[in-house]
Design a protein around this ligand. Structure first.
Ligand SMILES: Cc1ncc(COP(=O)(O)O)c(C=O)c1O
Length: 485
């Protein structure tokens, strides 16, 4: 069923049918071919308005969630017990007919909007052409094109090369593998509040035990954790936070590990799951400088902060930091699973032939989607749009903070914004308030996500194509939610 809406491009689709041919099929006379040109943005187009028509979750969602409980592992979390039928741009349509504002982009994935037109068109074309060869068995063009795009977009004028894999965790694992291989060192330095994935190595890289690590050990060795300058909860003076954090980090590296044993320093330029912790100005450049001086590979994990999310293509650009390696996932694929590692050519080429790879990494359908997503970001000015969203959302959240003392801090950059909730009059984390706000917003057709080491952060990662009207509407629901607690 096609909806209405603006038409900005077209998708050509061949439909195989047993009746009403537009042309006979010479290969098989009984199979006739329909040829239809879909107006592209109408493939999944939904009116960009919030519409609550049942209780949320509604009866159909409830039935589906029950079925899920019977069939699906109980080890999976569930943020919204609301099942989705369709989605476009910044609106999700649930199975009960409610239109919900998407303020999470599937955890920072659909930066270019849900079912973005160029992504949909490229995927359809690619599925019809071929779906898989395994790039290391028989190569194809769009894998190379995605690598070329990454090499162009990742900061730095030096020669870069890339590798494509399936998920953020797999990309982080590969970055660590390559850094160890290149440096012939083993130690990896990571940060408090860090999150890098759910595989064995990335669990070890994560800071938080519950739910990511509890009972899943033993973990990979040679991982060393250092303090993160989390300014809201920093116990020292704010004026010297960068210098003090650097002092603690370099002390640990030099006295406890030995700088000459460190293969890589791995950091999220803005920490995601940790609660959108933005390091103080000067910290990332100081860390990059220290890495350079000691032959340590500086790896930026931009899985959540990348692809225009923060008002730059990558968050490290804010302070002109040039990492040796940069890890991407989430937003790169416009909703399809793809991830990448991009780094200095001499590092990326240091691994022996066939030392890297995997069956599905850089699948052609995911690469086609990525090329659509990258074109959308560049041609539709989504980096600038993220800055605009950051202003609108940031101002709205600061207005709420002035009104509700439960909001301890508003922070973030571009379209990666968060509020940290506290018990008023203290900085005691208030995760109960987060639960209440999320529940109210869900019931009223707005999806927002939680985060944070203490579970007391609400994060906002809207699709970058969200309209000002939808953002304003989401903020008004949030205002009502805070008024209830
Ligand atoms: C910064 C960061 N790194 C790595 C990952 C892991 O990515 P994936 O879930 O695709 O494995 C995530 C996921 O949230 C992330 O935010």
């Amino acid at each position: 069923m096609l909806g209405d809406g603006a038409v900005d491009a077209n998708v050509h689709l061949m439909v195989f049918s047993l009746s009403s041919p537009s042309q006979p099929n010479p290969q098989c006379p009984s199979l006739e071919i329909w040829s239809y040109t879909f107006p592209m943005t109408t493939l999944t187009n939904l009116e960009q308005v919030r519409r609550v028509v049942t209780a949320i979750p509604g009866p159909n969602s409830n039935a589906l969630i029950q079925r899920r409980a019977e069939a699906v592992s109980g080890g999976l979390g569930l943020t919204f017990p609301v099942a989705i039928e369709r989605a476009s741009d910044a609106i999700l349509l649930d199975v009960d007919g409610n239109q919900i504002i998407d303020m999470g982009s599937g955890i920072g994935v659909t930066n270019v909007g849900n079912s973005a037109s160029r992504v949909v068109a490229n995927v359809i074309d690619q599925v019809q052409a071929f779906t898989h060869t395994c790039f290391t068995v028989a190569p194809y063009l769009n894998y190379i094109e995605v690598c070329e795009a990454l090499n162009r977009l990742v900061p730095g004028t030096h020669k870069k090369k890339s590798l494509l894999v399936n998920s953020g965790a797999e990309a982080v694992e590969n970055a660590v593998k390559i850094a160890r291989h290149y440096t012939k060192r083993q130690a990896i330095v990571v940060f408090e509040h860090a999150y890098h994935g759910r595989t064995n190595l990335t669990m070890a890289l994560n800071a938080k035990n519950m739910p990511y690590k509890e009972g899943f050990g033993p973990f990979a060795p040679e991982i060393y954790r250092v303090p993160m300058p989390y300014s809201y909860r920093w116990i020292g003076p704010q004026e010297t936070i960068t210098e003090d954090a650097m002092e603690m980090i370099t002390h640990k590296i030099e006295k406890e590990i030995g700088a000459h044993n460190v293969a890589a320093i791995l950091i999220e330029p803005i920490q995601g799951e940790g609660g959108f912790i933005v390091p103080p100005k000067g910290f990332l450049p100081a860390l990059a400088q220290y890495s350079r001086e000691h032959g340590i590979i500086f790896i930026a994990d931009e899985v959540q902060s990348g692809f225009a999310r923060t008002g730059h293509m990558f968050a490290v650009e804010e302070e002109g930091v040039v990492p040796d390696m940069l890890v991407t996932a989430k937003g790169i694929g416009g909703g399809l699973p793809l991830a990448g590692v991009t780094g200095r050519a001499e590092i990326m080429d240091s691994v022996h032939v066939a030392g890297l790879g995997g069956t599905f990494g850089g699948n052609p359908v995911a690469c086609a989607a990525a090329l659509g997503a990258i074109a959308t970001i560049e041609e539709d000015g989504l980096v600038e749009r993220a800055n605009h969203i950051g202003k609108l959302l940031g101002d709205g959240l600061r207005a709420l903070a002035a009104k509700y003392p439960v909001i301890g801090e508003v922070r973030g950059r571009g379209a990666m914004q968060a509020v940290e909730l506290i018990v008023p009059g203290s900085i005691e984390p208030n995760s109960a308030a987060v639960t209440k706000v999320l529940k109210y917003c869900t019931a009223n057709g707005v999806f927002i996500l939680s985060a944070g080491t203490y579970g007391n952060v609400i994060r906002f990662l809207p699709p970058l194509v969200i309209s000002d009207e939808l953002l304003t509407d989401a903020l008004s629901v949030l205002d009502e939610a805070f008024a209830t607690i």
